[in-house]
Design a binder for this molecule. Structure first.
Ligand code: BG6
Length: 507
């Protein structure tokens, strides 16, 4: 979100550096920033984990995994990568870690600025944060802007999701992190906010005049937000089948509610982080808390069984490693949400996310109300009656925005047909969007919290989903698995939509 000025020097410390996220996302994103000349002039990355490894082992491991690095660029970049063996939950680890950080700060000229990235297992967040605080590693991060107001030294922390597994654990984690860092130094990541098309939603809505007047209950019938994945749980069975797993916690509570908030928020006063986050928080605060009686009507739990994808047989969820044979975990969730405000009163937002579905697709579909008086009936047109306008914002993989409206088919009669006005990101700009993690890492280095979540947002997201999770906990479902891998999910989800006289957009 920020401008192009070079950010100030810093040391980046990644806790959990031997894990998958580091080699799959964090290092490739930092490399992308390095190649683009967007990292600070003086920087170094220190990976911290328990697995014994030398600096060179660490570099080789990262290089061999991604394999798409340019030799010369990688060589220069890798000179700034280091590794330190330590258990971040143990007090005794911090003497050595601080010494190593001081050495790197000296040799790379990174000064006192430090970005700490917690990419560790969620149950290690609290003990690690506590030790970071006890070790006295955070001075400026607790007294933000205390010195030079124009260029204050800083220490910041990025915390990966899941942020808690229910309202209570999220609130406790918020308290622990707040005891060590100031809110301005806490970066709760949601990588969906870093996706180019999600950011483009802000531009689409607030840099144009024509959409805003119709962006409300008077013109919009309903909104769908879909995040479908064609892959299953990809070897993460033990996490996914744990009490912290499942699609509601993994996707709806975080990514989908965030995307919904960006779609629904009021125009912010400025594009500053605080102003944007205030508006998003208001939307999440206005989301109705479902009652237990509501749950069967507004939520659908699904789990994939064996099926087919791309002509190949796919195993069912319960046969995946690390899952239970009688698991009740949701690999698919659909949820209807109401935002009780003047703008959105009565407009349903349908959120759904699932693993092992027909295709990988993330999109927002805004369906407008039909015309108040329909002039073009099938009898008159010889074809169909007019379809309502629909705006499809494709977040991934084919980033773009498509508007459907009715057009007259050339000829003597009055045939009408839906046509699509198509904005394709790639075609227009000829460049593929940056990785979401690259955008978010750069923002954190620059001190821009716009695309990070405030603690209040987390609180409200849990408030909305927890009643459904509680209901599901108390009401095991004997029809699971209820959809075949490689399909659009359980029929119960289509039935929920049909009850409201609507249909999922399944392109
Ligand atoms: C993660 C979830 O946050 O997002 C994963 O934990 C999911 O389960 C992933 O697969 C999806 O991200 P993306 O960017 O591939 O849509």
């Amino acid at each position: 979100m920020a401008d192009c000025e070079k950010p100030s020097s810093c040391l980046i410390v990644i806790f959990g550096a031997s894990g998958d996220l580091t080699r799959r996302k964090l290092i490739p994103s930092l490399y992308q920033l390095f190649v683009a000349g967007q990292l600070p002039e003086h920087f170094a990355v220190l990976g911290v984990s328990r697995s014994p490894m030398s600096d060179d082992d660490f570099r080789d491991r990262l290089h061999s995994f991604f394999g798409q690095y340019d030799d010369k660029q990688w060589h220069d970049f890798a000179k700034c990568l280091y590794y330190h063996v330590a258990d971040s939950t143990k007090a005794e680890a911090y003497g050595g870690l601080k010494t190593r950080m001081a050495e790197l700060s000296q040799s790379h000229g990174t000064g006192v600025n430090v970005l700490l990235y917690l990419s560790i297992a969620p149950h290690l967040y609290e003990p690690t944060l506590t030790q970071i605080g006890a070790a006295g590693m955070v001075a400026e991060g607790k007294h933000w802007c205390s010195l030079d107001r124009n260029n204050p030294p800083w220490q910041r922390v990025i915390i990966e999701k899941p942020f808690g597994s229910d309202p209570l654990s999220a609130s406790r984690l918020n308290d622990v992190v707040a005891s060590v860092f100031d809110e301005q130094s806490i970066y709760r990541i949601d990588h969906y906010l870093g996706k180019e098309t999600v950011q483009n939603l802000l531009v689409f809505r607030f840099a144009n005049t024509i959409f805003e007047p119709i962006w409300n209950r008077k013109y919009i019938d309903h909104v769908q937000v879909t995040a479908a994945e064609s892959v299953g749980i990809e070897g993460r069975g033990s996490y996914y089948d744990s009490p912290s797993g499942g699609a509601m916690r993994d996707m709806i509570q975080s990514h989908l509610l965030q995307v919904m908030a960006v779609v629904a928020m009021e125009p912010p006063i400025t594009m500053c982080a605080d102003d944007i986050r205030v508006e998003k928080t208001k939307i999440l605060a206005a989301c109705r808390t479902p009652s237990m009686d509501d749950v069967p009507k507004i939520a659908v739990r699904g789990q994939y069984g064996p099926g087919q994808f791309g002509g190949k047989v796919v195993t069912g969820y319960r046969e995946e490693e690390g899952t239970r044979s009688d698991s009740q975990t949701d690999t698919y969730t659909a949820l209807q949400v109401f935002i009780d405000t003047w703008r959105w009163g009565g407009v349903p937002f349908y959120l759904r996310s699932g693993k092992s579905m027909t295709k990988k697709l993330t999109e927002v579909v805004v369906t407008f109300k039909p015309t108040p008086h329909c002039l073009f009936l099938p009898r008159m047109t010889g074809s169909h009656s007019a379809l309502p306008n629909q705006l499809v914002i494709n977040v991934q993989p084919d980033e773009g925005i498509r508007l459907r409206f009715e057009g007259k088919v050339p000829g003597m009669g009055m045939d009408i047909k839906p046509v699509i006005m198509d904005f394709d990101y790639n075609e227009q700009f000829g460049a593929s969007p940056p990785q979401a993690y690259a955008t978010l890492l750069l923002d954190a280095i620059r001190g821009d919290q716009t695309l990070y979540k405030h603690r209040e947002e987390i609180k409200h997201c849990w408030r909305v989903v927890q009643p459904v999770l509680d209901y599901w906990q108390d009401h095991p479902q004997d029809d699971l698995p209820n959809y075949a891998a490689g399909t659009w999910g359980p029929s119960a989800s289509d039935i929920m939509m049909a009850r409201d006289g609507r249909k999922w957009h399944n392109p």
